[in-house]
Write a protein that binds this ligand. Sequence first.
Ligand SMILES: Cc1cc2nc3c(=O)[nH]c(=O)nc-3n(C[C@H](O)[C@H](O)[C@H](O)COP(=O)(O)OP(=O)(O)OC[C@H]3O[C@@H](n4cnc5c(N)ncnc54)[C@H](O)[C@@H]3O)c2cc1C
Length: 377
Amino acid sequence: MNETLRFDVLVVGGGLVGSSTALMLARRGLKVGLFERRYCGAQASGVNYGGVRRQGRLAEQLPLAVRARRIWDRLPELVGTDGEFVVSGHLRLARSVADLAALEAYAQMANPFGLDLQLLSGPTFRRRYPWLGAAALGGSLCPGDGHANPRVVSPAFARAARAAGADVREQTAVTNIVYAGERFVVEARHDSGAMIEARADWLVNAAGAWGNTVAGYFGESIPMEPIYPNMWVTEPLPYFIDHNLGVYGGGIYARQVARGNVVIGGGRGSGDGEYAQPLTETTRTVMRAACGLLPRLKDALLLRSWTGVEGSTPDDNPVIGFSRTTPRLLHAFGFSGGGFLLAPGVGQVLSDLVVDGATSTPIDAFSIERFGLARGG
Ligand SMILES: Cc1cc2nc3c(=O)[nH]c(=O)nc-3n(C[C@H](O)[C@H](O)[C@H](O)COP(=O)(O)OP(=O)(O)OC[C@H]3O[C@@H](n4cnc5c(N)ncnc54)[C@H](O)[C@@H]3O)c2cc1C
């Protein structure tokens, strides 16, 4: 062993979930280590669409989403950058009368959580959004939602965690973990070949799409599949899209950044669980549908397309909370395409669990228990 380390809490994975957890714990005075096998924020957390959106989430995610959303207002003070976070509002479009009815039902469910959803249709909608195509019949606006630049936000959380005292190690892959009575013994390998042994009282599994490898050390891997959301960006266009846009039922989302580029997502790319690539055919099909909603995109030049690897669970909810096999092991993975907004809130919740032993945010729906017996490990 080239180095032996000792922590109160060791976080595995330097995506936004792991980095925000390390930051929150370090700010509460704990000795925190974070091991990231590549670079912090280089996986899903740094390549996602950038939607900071509560609207459209499952009911059980709303309390956590609301808590997380409050943190986004404090990014400059917390991580030293606003991360290009814009409170643009999120407009969820309806393409049929049935969609409009579903948006109305969703608003009734979600508004008690403080989302302030406003339904728009008919001539009012048309007058307010002359740049939307005939395919959009109406929509639901969540004024407090927005979007941000994941490439800026995610590494900033890791830098802030380091500045707060966490020992953040990149190019450091966790290769084995055992729970040895009172504490975790973690083996890791730096890209240089150096071997590290770390002992920690608590372990946080924030390994994203690879969370099952860590959960598997403790006999509790879950049914999770990798997904590869397909994304692309246009050349800069004159500014016209006021909001972060989505559609009821999913499948198309778009936002325009201050420089004028329109970031669009929809459909899936392909991958092997480790690496991923966008699919031209997906981009072409979704872009055609997007032009029905946003006719001004018709002649736009596409500059780049990409995707990333994300872990998706059967019920689209993440696993957040205590292990059922091992004391002081916390899981936070499987965010199923929706972890960007949530991650800062997840960091706070996990720091509550470590420091206070409980959290005021309801997380029972995210328990690993819901998957029943372990599928090996
Ligand atoms: C293309 C795309 C678009 C998306 N769009 C949105 C969106 O608009 N809004 C939204 O809310 N969500 C979105 N998501 C989902 C969101 O990005 C994820 O839910 C979130 O980033 C998950 O964060 P994470 O920290 O769990 O995972 P990650 O960012 O993947 O971080 C996990 C980290 O663990 C590391 N790791 C794994 N195994 C080990 C090991 N053995 N040792 C050390 N390190 C390890 C990995 O290298 C990785 O850096 C999107 C995802 C993708 C891929």
